[in-house]
Design a protein around this ligand. Sequence first.
Ligand code: NOJ
Length: 575
Amino acid sequence: MILKAVLLVTTFVVLSANAKSIQKGDQDWWKHATFYQIYPRSFKDSNNDGNGDLRGILDKFSHLVDAGVDGVWLSPIYESPQVDQGYDISNYTAIDPMYGTLDELKELIATAHDNGIRIILDYVPNHTSDQHAWFKASENRTEGYEDYYVWVDGTPDQPPNNWLSCFRGSAWKWSEKRQQYYLHQFTEQQPDLNYRNPKVHEEMKNVLKYYLDLGVDGFRIDAVLYAYEDEQLRDEPRSNIPGIAPDDHDYLLPIYTANLPETYDLVYEWRKYVDEYSEERGLDAKVLMTEVYADLNETIPYYGTRDGSILGAHFTFNFFLVKNFDLNISTANDLQRIVNTWMNALPDIYTSNWVLGNHDNRRYPTRLGVENKDGFLMLLTLLPGVAVTYNGEEFGQEDGEVTYDQGQDPSARDPAIFEQVSRDFERTPLQWDNTTNAGFNEGNKTWLPVSKKYHDLNLASQLDEGEISYFQNYKALVRKRKEDPARLGSTDIWAMSNDTIVLKRSYEDKHIVVAFKLGWHNSTTEETILVPGISCENGTIALTSADSKQKVGDVVSVQSLVLQPHEGLVIDVAC
Ligand code: NOJ
């Protein structure tokens, strides 16, 4: 029933927005995809300079095939001074030599496609580097480039208003050369582009076209919520969040610098552009995924209008499990609420997505408890729609250890805030095996230190298909996402107690049940639960967490299921 409804609605959307492409290209390939984020600098270093690179990704490509992922999103690989690890781009259409060459990117796209894997690139439209030719021309008032950035009059000691950068302090920087302020919502080396200038739209569409012509399958759109700002430059009000320092971005409510109505229109404009691009050429859908950290009511419209008459991103990242679930205070009830709030807010015509981590947030085994990581993986992968994996998550990599002196994150270059704010911990090199530098390279340097945990925690130790391990579970779950009929069915989630959660996916008489006792409340006692909404007595264990006493293939009662603290089970039920 539900499946039918989804198909009907999808047909409606596609027909109205993109009629011809239906017969030609696959518009739906991404809807149940597992996307895998590669943070290139930390993935695999092929030339021992301490930085991961494209050749390294090619060398390790068989791992992505083995993992079974459908698409790979690469964090920026473009020419950049690397002030913000590549999110400060000095040339959108050149590859940074640190990462390799354009030919290597082409080789990667071809290799991926040969293996049925899509390539998604990072698109950073809000700002460039201050080393970009456009900024230099704009600062010099070169004809045609004057308004490429947000320039405002003022005096060196008086910024135009109180707006704050996401990375602390005023969002304005005085240019001696131009005798004006420019806006930077991130570091001062990342000036904001001015989307009130039609030429900027044109330039940035050309960037999309350049990579679409190379055959990429979509874009992750960085920090798009900040694309437009209030034209009247009004001061922002205080957030009144207790304990926030006056230079912290959260000190103000970003009502004039984020999620302006024009910003949604910009995303809709890009969606139209990529849809037309694939339609004209009879290609599969080119997917847009927007990065937006905001309230739900500001987040959902990035998908498009509620009735689907105008489409935006194919999905906008669902960061609510990352931001709103806190190991110290949250309960299973909170988990249920976070999932249901998202599902209820998202119109049925749109595809859900689930995220537990990325290069900007602490790794989830560290954040949510190492003992809980299997259970969270089961939930992440068996909730409906798209699942996103941050590299290393597939084998349970935890945060690394980084001292202030070793840190590289520009947003945390102050010892007082380093531990709390730095994103270096989740960016340490990937732990491939237990050889020197965890197999990241064979050199004597790495851009961030390799975590000491790598001796025990590495991919190689989990490759045995005959043993239960986190990676083997990951593979099985990714497979289940592709094959199990119940993956397309209805979704129910219940908090059974303070710390036990049950997820049920059902399609006709097939059910997948995830039963997970998070285990930080009442954590020493076992719990017996009755899985709701199932009429038969038994199910078969499909997967277990690492320390479970249950065995894959065992038949268990779902009417009286015993769970140990931190135990996660995936159970197949047919009735
Ligand atoms: C979001 C990116 O994920 C983050 O790493 C970066 O610092 C900011 N956008 C600025 O581009």
